[in-house]
Design a protein around this ligand. Structure first.
Ligand code: MN
Length: 204
């Protein structure tokens, strides 16, 4: 497979961490936005620790955050989101096993996937998503299989201490006390559990 690498993309950090002769993760092709609404996914990833990776399609890459406790439907829950390197668009539906010894070794399922609508405003004006993230506060409406409605991402620290907080916004999709992670644990794409994908990885 010949992969045309775009020099303009921001995937150097992503590629440097990975050996594509060993992992089945995608090296990423030339940056291209999908047509229509931008997409998002949340990957459930069991590596050293179980966590959830939030990915938003922005400017031809997937801006990414590791959310240790995962998203919530409860507006009172502030979920820590640690920024990670931009991922290629092709990563959005990656499900599988990352081999032992490789970066992020473990198992990944697509816990949720869909589109989002940026709703960020400042001083009464719409703010583009890239600029909103640059400024450190973005709001968006998710249309996923499991997550729906408004969420806010807010930066709380800069530099090496850069951290974000992910919060469900108040709307008809907010549900206090409901644990969607426990209630709907499996892949939104294939219905498989992490354990099943792990098992298939071992058999392969
Ligand atoms: Mn991860």
């Amino acid at each position: 497979m010949v992969i045309k690498l775009s020099e303009a993309d921001n995937l150097e950090a992503y590629r440097q961490k990975r050996d594509f002769s060993k992992t089945s993760e995608h090296p990423g092709s030339a940056a291209a936005n999908s047509k229509g609404s931008p997409r998002f996914s949340i990957q459930k990833h069991r590596s050293k620790r179980l966590h959830y990776d939030l990915r938003l399609e922005v400017g031809g890459v997937l801006r990414s955050w590791a959310v240790p406790k995962g998203p919530s439907l409860d507006t009172r829950e502030k979920r820590l989101a640690i920024p990670t390197e931009d991922h290629p668009i092709e990563y959005i539906d990656f499900e599988g096993t990352i081999p032992e010894g490789e970066y992020g070794a473990g198992t990944v399922i697509v816990w949720d996937i869909g589109t989002y609508e940026n709703t960020t405003r400042a001083d009464g004006k719409e703010v583009r998503i890239a600029e909103a993230l640059e400024r450190g506060h973005a709001t968006f409406i998710l249309s996923g299989e499991k997550l729906r409605g408004g969420y806010a991402l807010t930066r709380t620290g800069r530099g090496k201490d850069e951290r974000w907080i992910l919060v469900k916004m108040k709307d008809e999709f907010a549900k206090a006390g409901e644990d969607v992670l426990e209630g709907k644990p499996n892949s939104a794409l294939t219905g498989r559990s992490l354990a099943e994908v792990e098992e298939e990885g071992r058999a392969a």
